[in-house]
Design a protein around this ligand. Structure first.
Ligand code: GTP
Ligand code: MG
Length: 216
């Protein structure tokens, strides 16, 4: 190996170490943002219980996008494979799913969270008022939360999916069924999945009504 080849190899090694170091620093930021949102939601849920004797949240799930999924999404969107496009273009690296007890709890939780001064709403998709053609229902928010570091503040995006137990039940199984099959789902099976989501939607509305009547 010549001297210039050895120098180039060393530079490449250093660049790799820099990339890995930056990647871990970024993951730590997104992890901090998840923790912050989760804590805010838990505090809201506990406070609501104290004031109104009702827990709007059934449970919360959190996930950090895997490196493989980040790469797949950068490629799918046609973005350059680099840290900057990851930070600017991929807004669901940090994901929080909030599963609510009753239908009205979904907007209640969203409104309570968004009314907090340090939370900034970047994007909102209301698939409950406007379900997807396959029947998928959920409220999706992309918010940014400040993470205070020594000397700087980073605003980190977090995708928050808020839905009822029934919406979560259907979405989880529908995702699992789609993931299991390599073939396209036939129209008749799509129709049955849509029929099921409509039944669950009616149950959500009915349970909300029963809740109102029992608490009147
Ligand atoms: P992604 O590239 O998948 O992140 O989609 P997007 O950036 O266009 O956002 P969108 O709000 O449409 O969907 C984000 C997430 O919502 C998905 O990653 C799923 O978790 C969920 N989701 C959206 N549509 C469906 C659906 O039809 N079925 C199920 N089970 N989940 C869905
Ligand atoms: Mg996603």
């Amino acid at each position: 190996m010549t001297t210039s080849e050895r120098n180039l190899a060393l530079l490449q090694d250093e660049a790799f170490v820099d990339d890995v170091t930056e990647f871990f620093a970024i993951r730590q930021l997104y992890n901090a943002a998840i923790k912050q949102v989760r804590t805010k939601l838990e505090i809201l849920n506990d406070g609501f219980q104290v004031e109104h004797c009702h827990n709007p949240i059934h449970h919360i799930e959190c996930r950090l996008k895997s490196p493989g999924s980040m790469l797949e999404k950068l490629r799918r969107k046609g973005y350059p494979i680099e840290m900057q496009s990851l930070r600017e273009g991929i807004l669901d690296i940090a994901g929080v799913r909030v599963v609510c007890n009753y239908l009205n709890d979904v907007n209640l939780v969203a409104d309570l969270l968004l009314s907090q001064d340090d939370i900034r709403l970047l994007k909102k998709k209301d698939f409950i008022s406007n379900p997807k053609p396959n029947g998928y229902r959920s409220l999706h928010l992309i918010v940014s939360v400040p993470i205070f570091l020594a000397g700087t503040t980073e605003h980190i995006p977090v995708e928050i999916q808020i839905r009822t137990i029934a919406m979560d039940y259907w979405a989880s199984l529908e995702h699992h069924l789609k993931y299991k099959t390599e073939n396209d789902v036939s129209d008749s099976l799509k129709c049955r999945l849509k029929h099921d989501v409509d039944l669950l939607s009616a149950i959500d509305a009915d349970l909300q009504d029963i809740f109102f009547q029992m608490n009147a």
